[in-house]
Ligand binder design. Sequence first.
Ligand SMILES: Nc1nc2c(ncn2[C@@H]2O[C@H](COP(=O)(O)OP(=O)(O)OP(=O)(O)O)[C@@H](O)[C@H]2O)c(=O)[nH]1
Ligand SMILES: [Zn+2]
Length: 296
Amino acid sequence: MKKGIIQQSLSGFYDVLSDNELYRTRGRGNFRQKKIKPMVGDQVEFDGQNRHEGYLLKVLPRKNALTRPPIANVDVAIVVTAVREPIFSTNLLDRQLVALEAQKIKAIIYFTKTDLLNQAEYDAINVIVKGYQEAGYAVIMSHDPFEKQSLVALRKLISNQIGVVMGQTGAGKSTLLNHLVPSLALPTGVISQALQRGKHTTRKVSLLNIDNSLIADTPGFSSYETFDMTNEQLPLYFPEMAEIGKNCRFRGCLHLKEPNCAVKEAVANGTIMESRYNNYSQFHDLIVAQKPNYKK
Ligand SMILES: Nc1nc2c(ncn2[C@@H]2O[C@H](COP(=O)(O)OP(=O)(O)OP(=O)(O)O)[C@@H](O)[C@H]2O)c(=O)[nH]1
Ligand SMILES: [Zn+2]
């Protein structure tokens, strides 16, 4: 019996990385009965020899799991966010950040396509960048999106961890990974001018060796609808609101209609970004309307 990590999953096969070797395995028959669905990032026990098909014997307990992209046991996520092509939306960014907070995954926001902006547009995005930094997020943005300094900063933030690159299709996830490690030579797509979005060039989740880290490239999405949480949990997943919300008059304040709400005050005086608050309130209503209501 060996131990390893699922590096990729393809039509019923799981490639397991163990001591720098890859082993091709299949799930044991009883996985299906037990409703065990192995995921990339799973720590597993398996039987196998090189160049022979082996068997996954056991999936070890997960510390976390994302549904979109599907991956388990992630320490850090690089949220690749294009400032245009596809159009930038704080709403989509906040949806991803909430999903990451819920799974206790550290987020790094990496802006791409800044080379397509004029100075005034760049300055406008920079205000948003400052807002996210003040909310506690690591943000990487520069005029030249893949300049050395940005890549060095990113390397430091992901060093020695298991990570995932996520974001809209066409945002530049594979392009970023190719800049980090040119020998990867991952295929990259084109942006459809008509749809102003990418064409799903990356089709599977797979972990790649990047320096001393394992980072997954993942297929992009065009919308992000995952809210696996209750409306009471949601405010905890906006870290700046969770912090300031300690001063609200009511415990469990949802920062909506309650009086003496410290969060609403902070929005009014500009300490909390208005866009974050508006997104929060929209997500809150979406979760309440979600049927059946998600219960932990
Ligand atoms: N000008 C400019 N083009 C970029 C930048 N980043 C990516 N691109 C281009 O945008 C297109 C899409 O990039 P990809 O790296 O394939 O995007 P992706 O996020 O991996 O897309 P999916 O695999 O579909 O999820 C390619 O033509 C890239 O060359 C950038 O910072 N500036
Ligand atoms: Zn409040």
